[in-house]
Design a protein around this ligand. Structure first.
Ligand SMILES: NC(=O)c1ccc[n+]([C@@H]2O[C@H](COP(=O)([O-])OP(=O)(O)OC[C@H]3O[C@@H](n4cnc5c(N)ncnc54)[C@H](OP(=O)(O)O)[C@@H]3O)[C@@H](O)[C@H]2O)c1
Length: 308
């Protein structure tokens, strides 16, 4: 699933996180037409990689990406997932894979997926103890999918994958506040895995726009007052280290300073955010700041990890 046309240009490593598309319940209002317009604008700006899932906004995220990409299908890369269905069910059964992929293909208005990921699967699956990858191999041979892999959250899960599976793609939670998986990136790269980084902004915190008084709705209402205060304090540390209030460019360039990372996929909710990323992705992180971010993680987070 690596982008064969990829050049050294940083923009080719910037993907579009599609969880927010049309997702009023979790991320706030966005209509179908606003979503389509946003994805079309992203394509115009040169973004080629789109991450989505059937469970995002009950299929609406896939529908939006399908409508926006159908006229340029060959020039984009679409990565969707399996395991959480468009009607809100969790279903990882092997016998459902083909049917669910066909449903995704319908919403995405295409006859192939560049990549499909098992969407936070069980450890049994990650240890290769099930038939999921046999079925995915069959679908790959038939041309319905071009690559497959898993979307996972932790170092331990990544280690399981590297020990037990032979897959094309891994999507992993990694950012300045969640650095542990980086210890396995080299191994993943050596196994030929395309590495996608999700949640690069710590769900928005690493933009620098929230503080201890911020309140959250939807999926982010999970944070307690203590968690918000701790994150706000860490954001304050980053502002002191960088000397800037706007942190997005540091968050993204920290991730892209890891050469094994193929794509970073911030969740994008507006054209303003889109243009911001397209501009910021050109900036490189100094080695001194990279070391300072690693030190911050080691001193203040590693021993007591933040909840997602
Ligand atoms: N299990 C999985 O497979 C899984 C889990 C999580 C995410 N993902 C994928 O990874 C993508 C990214 O993760 P995420 O969306 O959870 O977290 P994220 O990218 O760390 O944060 C997204 C949030 O950051 C803010 N933001 C983004 N760009 C901005 C900008 N330029 N300026 C200011 N604010 C900006 C927005 O917050 P506001 O809403 O406050 O504006 C946005 O909702 C998702 O869209 C999805 O495709 C996959």
């Amino acid at each position: 699933m690596k982008d064969k046309n990829k050049d050294d240009h940083q923009l080719s490593r910037l993907g579009f996180g599609g969880w927010q598309l049309g997702n009023a319940d979790f991320w706030g209002e966005m209509s179908l037409s606003e979503g389509v317009d946003l994805v079309k604008e992203a394509i115009k700006e040169g973004i080629r990689f789109f991450d989505t899932a059937p469970g995002y906004a009950n299929g609406m995220s896939e529908t939006i990406i399908g409508l926006a990409t159908r006229d340029v299908r060959q020039s984009v890369i679409i990565n969707t997932k399996f395991g959480h269905t468009a009607d809100g069910k969790t279903d990882f059964s092997v016998s459902s894979i083909r049917r669910e992929i066909q449903a995704s293909l319908g919403r995405l208005q295409t006859d192939y997926l560049d990549s499909i990921l098992l969407h936070n699967p069980s450890h049994e699956i990650l240890k290769g103890e099930t038939k999921h990858f046999d079925e995915l191999n069959t679908l790959k041979e038939e041309g319905l999918i071009r690559a497959y892999g898993v979307s996972i959250d932790t170092y331990d899960e990544l280690e399981m994958v590297l020990d037990h599976l032979r897959i094309d793609t891994v999507e992993i939670l990694f950012n300045i506040f969640f650095q542990k998986p980086a210890g396995l990136f080299k191994r993943a790269h050596e196994q030929g895995i395309t590495l996608i980084v999700k949640v690069p902004l710590d769900s928005g915190w690493l933009t620098g726009k929230y503080d201890q008084h911020s309140t959250f709705e939807g999926i982010r209402s999970r944070w307690t007052k203590e968690v918000i205060e701790r994150r706000a304090s860490l954001v304050g540390d980053l502002k002191a280290l960088t000397g800037e209030d706007a942190l997005t460019k540091f968050a993204i360039s920290f991730i892209l300073s890891h050469p094994e990372v193929d794509y970073v996929i911030p969740g994008i909710k507006s054209k303003k955010q889109l243009f911001d990323h397209v501009k910021n992705v050109q900036s490189h992180l100094s080695l001194d700041l990279k070391k300072a971010f690693i030190r911050l993680y080691e001193e203040k987070i590693a021993a007591d990890p933040l909840p997602w």
